[in-house]
Design a protein around this ligand. Sequence first.
Ligand code: ATP
Ligand code: MG
Length: 360
Amino acid sequence: MTASTANTASLEALRRCHFAVDLGAARTRVYVKGAGLVVDQPSAAAVNTRTGALIAVGDFAEKMTGRTPGYIRVVRPVSGGTVVDIEMAQRMLRHLLGDRVRRALRRKPRLRAAVCTPHDADPLSQRAAIETLVGLGARRVELVDTLIAAAVGCGLPVEQPEATMIMVCGAHATQVAVLSLGSIVTAVRVPVGGEAVDHAIVQLLRHQHELVLPSQSVRPLQLALSGNGLTPQGPSSTEIHGRDVATGLARSVRVDTATVRNAIQTPLTAVLDGIGKVLRDCPPDLVADLADRGIMMVGGSALLPGFDQMLRQATGMPVHIAERPDVCAVQGLGSMLEGRVEPLVLHPTTAGSDSHADSD
Ligand SMILES: Nc1ncnc2c1ncn2[C@@H]1O[C@H](COP(=O)(O)OP(=O)(O)OP(=O)(O)O)[C@@H](O)[C@H]1O
Ligand SMILES: [Mg+2]
C-alpha cells in the first residue's frame, strides 16, 4: 500500500515516527510504536475556572458533563476536525498519555510524531495539529490524510488499480472518498456526523414530548431502534426517560420510533448527498468497480444501528462496516509507523516538501 497524496507524508518519514495521534472531535486516540493503541478516550477536559487547574480528562471529564458545579467547566479542545484550543489539547494529551508513556517518549533523541487531519483541512487547522504535538515535545510532525489512514487501518486494498469507496463517519463530519492506486481520486467532507444525529433526536423529544433527554440516553434510544435499525420493521414505539421541559421533574414517554427515524433522516440525507457527489465526480471506469466492491464504513458513527442498511437501500451498493470502525484511522497510522505498509513498487511514494513541518 502506498500513501501518496498531497497532504500525506511519505511512508519513509512515517516509519521514523515514534507515536501517532488522531485528535477527533469526540475521541482522542494515540498509538505508540512498539506499544500499540495506548489512549482511546473522549476529547474532553474538566477545568476549575477559578484556578485554571485541570481536574479530569477523558472518560472522567466526559462523565462530569452537565453535572458540575458552576466553577468547573468541561471543555472540548477539538471541534469539527480542528484543534480549537491548542493549549488545552496539549494539557489533555499530556494527562491522557500518563507519566510512564511520556517519560518513554521523552527519552527519544529526536521525537517524531504523526497526526491525521481531515481530508480538506485548511493550513490553519493543519498548523494547529502540528503545534499541539510540538508542544508535546515532537521535533517533527508528519501529517496524514484521515481517509488514507482509515483505509489502511481497515485493510482496504488501496494499492490495487480497482477503486474502493471509504466513508469515515465521525462525530462532527462524514468524509467520503474513492481511492485507487493508493491515492484519493475524489473526496468530499460533509459537516454532518454522529453528533448531528444525536442532536436531531434530542430536539425531537424536546419539541414533540417536552422532554429533556440527558445526553447519555440518546444511545439507548438508538439501540431501541436497532434490531431492524433505521428500517421500518423494528418496534413501533419505545419508552424513554427524561425530564419535563417546564417542571424539571422526571417523566417518561412512549416515543414513536417512526418519528425518530424521520428526525434523523435529515442529517443522514446530507451524507447520502455526499456519496452522490463523490460518485458523480468519479471516472466511470472506477464507478463500475465500486458497484461490486461497495462502500467501507469506518468511524464511530458507522455503528449507528441500521445506518449501513439505510445506505445499502439508498445506493444499491454493498455496504460493509470495518471490524473496529472507531479506531481504524489510528490503527492505520500505527501500521504505517510499524512499517507494515509496503510502498508500491511501480508508484514510489512522493514526499511532499510541504507535507510536514519541522519545529526547529
Ligand atoms: N455504538 C454507537 N452507536 C451510534 N453512534 C455511535 C456509536 N459509537 C460511537 N458513536 C458515535 O460516533 C461518534 C464518534 O465517532 P469517532 O470516534 O469516529 O469520532 P471522532 O473521530 O472523534 O470525530 P471526528 O473524526 O469527526 O473528529 C460520536 O458522535 C458517537 O455518538
Ligand atoms: Mg475521527
